[in-house]
Unconditional design. Structure first.
Lengths: 308, 262
């Protein structure tokens, strides 16, 4: 049974701006998917369709969550199935105390008091904010706010978690913490959808990538999508730095058929190469090395028009 | 960052420990009772009672006086106008064109003073009522007192978003200053700031919409409920008896006064 099934979804804003056109894809239960695309590609708009907050008459029945079509009249029943974390944490934290914010969803689900309290405790623990129940949300730091916003959704224990830009504007430590929290959620077998520009985080979080630019441009395993540099660069997206580095290493005769996407991949790749090379890695400079490097670099160079 | 409204909420005093629900109801009853008074002596006694409450609450008098100053500024006209406008015919003391100024005797001065003291007392009582609990707890107390949910939500959101809006405005002002804007008493300042405020309104509207989306995503269907629980101790009731008792006492005193007068 697919967790999310979108069939021919269209959406146009009131001012006539087309946000989504014929979007179709399916996400299986337990899958983790990164949704990437340039700014203004309709990613956030798509996210708001997943629980029926945005909807249009022409696309009725287009979105199905856990095999049930999303009914805009029954949005309040959606949080059990899908939790959405918005980009701006301040939008998610609207109660006087963090404990109230985290309890907000479970209370709306009609759970009894003990269960609400348990969920608040669990959710705060999960995001590393145990004991923060009586903190005032607007006094938290940026990283804490982001995790707090995530806790307000995790407390509803949704089957699917969809998060808009989880790592944007975070310091490296906060970014790392957030990635770990999402990894743990994923390891529980839950379905994860993340919108992100942080290509270096994708290999850790998602095994599949959907490229969106008003419509689905590409959809496939993370590795395949990141191999299609031409397509990514064309719509203004990036490839993980590690991948770029190994492509450069290839110009120095480093034997590498499949480019690694993450540090972990790089470690495995280097270890294997060294095993094959009697404990050494051999790099060489040839006549064609420099031209190879320039062509590899220009491949990733996003073309920006110069204004005189 | 502690908002000014909560600045003394963290102190420890019998008023701080008082259950916010009984506190709000009792002091509100006292305020109403005082507003019904028209006897200078009773009003002065009430003011003394209010001063005692502020003293017990340990909110610094300088803070209270600092705010009462503005209230007094607003009340000043009463002191000046009332002695010439109410009670009896009065004695003409001046004539400017077609306007005659009639002094209406010492009673009218007393009346004006009574009105001003009464208003100051009522405002003074707000400090122990609101200033001794954190605002969010007070809001919860109001909710617990079955104030209409919509009203409670409005209060809660106003309180929450004052910070967001003031922060946005601060950022906006910084960005203006960093681009060479200097506040002055000229038209340019006024137009620039009014444009900034207009943008702030649009931004707050958009943010309100996003918050509403977030609430809907979390199952909101029109009612906000929270987990906080209050518990009443005998001391809470005792405090209520003292404060409400005083409110009743002044009314009984008025009643006896009219009986004697008759």
């Amino acid at each position: 049974m697919p967790a999310i099934k979108i069939q021919d979804l269209d959406y146009t804003y009131n001012d006539g701006t087309v946000a989504l056109e014929h979007v179709s894809f399916e996400i299986e239960k337990g899958e983790s998917v990164a949704l990437i695309g340039p700014n203004g590609a309709g990613k956030s708009t798509l996210l708001l369709h997943l629980n029926g907050i945005l909807h249009s008459s022409e696309s009725r029945e287009s979105v199905r969550i856990l095999d049930e079509s999303v009914d805009p009249k029954k949005i309040h029943e959606m949080p059990k199935k899908i939790g959405i974390v918005f980009q701006n944490a301040d939008d998610m934290l609207f109660m006087p105390l963090l404990g109230d914010d985290v309890a907000f969803g479970p209370i709306n689900l009609g759970l009894d008091k003990e269960e609400v309290q348990r969920r608040v405790k669990d959710a705060l623990e999960m995001v590393g904010l145990a004991g923060y129940e009586h903190r005032v949300p607007h006094h938290l730091s940026g990283g804490e706010k982001r995790r707090a916003a995530l806790a307000t959704v995790l407390s509803m224990e949704p089957e699917i978690l969809a998060m808009d830009e989880p790592t944007a504007n975070l310091d490296p430590k906060s970014r790392r913490e957030l990635i770990e929290i999402l990894r743990r959620f994923k390891e529980k077998g839950k379905t994860l959808v993340i919108i992100t520009h942080d290509v270096n985080a994708i290999p850790e979080l998602a095994e599949r990538v959907i490229v969106l630019d008003k419509t689905v441009i590409a959809d496939g395993p993370t590795r395949d999508i990141f191999s299609d540099t031409e397509m990514l660069v064309k719509i203004g997206l990036d490839v993980p730095v590690i991948t770029q580095l190994f492509e450069i290493l290839r110009c120095f005769d480093y034997p590498c058929d499949v480019l690694p996407l993450s540090i972990e991949g790089a470690v495995t790749n280097l270890t294997e190469t060294m095993k094959g090379g009697d404990g050494h890695v051999h790099l060489h400079i040839h006549e064609h090395t420099h031209s190879g490097i320039s062509s590899a670099r220009s491949k990733y160079h996003i073309h920006v028009e110069k204004h005189e | 960052m502690i908002s000014e409204i909560d600045i003394y909420a963290g102190l420890s005093s019998p008023i701080h420990r008082w259950d916010p629900r009984l506190k709000v109801i009792s002091i509100l009853a006292l305020i109403f009772s005082i507003m019904l008074l028209y006897d200078l002596k009773l009003v002065i006694i009430s003011m003394l009672f209010a001063i005692i409450l502020v003293y017990i609450s340990r909110i610094p008098f300088s803070f209270v006086v600092g705010r009462l100053k503005w209230v007094f500024l607003f009340l000043m006209p009463f002191l000046i106008i009332l002695p010439f406008t109410i009670i009896g015919e009065g004695v003409e003391i001046a004539r400017i064109g077609s306007i005659t100024l009639n002094f209406r005797g010492i009673e009218s001065v007393e009346f004006a003073v009574m009105i001003v003291i009464k208003a100051l007392t009522a405002v003074m009582l707000i400090f122990p009522m609101i200033g001794t609990s954190r605002m969010d707890i007070t809001i919860k107390a109001l909710e617990d007192l079955h104030l209409p949910n919509k009203l409670v939500q409005m209060l809660a959101f106003t309180y929450r978003y004052i910070f967001v809006l003031s922060n946005e405005f601060m950022l906006m002002e910084r960005s203006l200053t960093s681009r060479g804007f200097k506040r002055g008493s000229n038209l340019y300042t006024i137009t620039t700031l009014s444009k900034a405020i207009a943008t702030l309104f649009v931004m707050s509207y958009e943010q309100a919409e996003r918050v509403f989306y977030a609430m809907r995503s979390k199952g909101y269907a029109g009612k906000v409920t929270t987990m906080h629980e209050f518990s009443l101790r005998p001391q809470d009731w005792l405090n209520a008896v003292v404060v409400c008792g005083f409110a009743i006492f002044v009314q009984v005193a008025v009643w006896y006064g009219t009986l004697e007068g008759a």
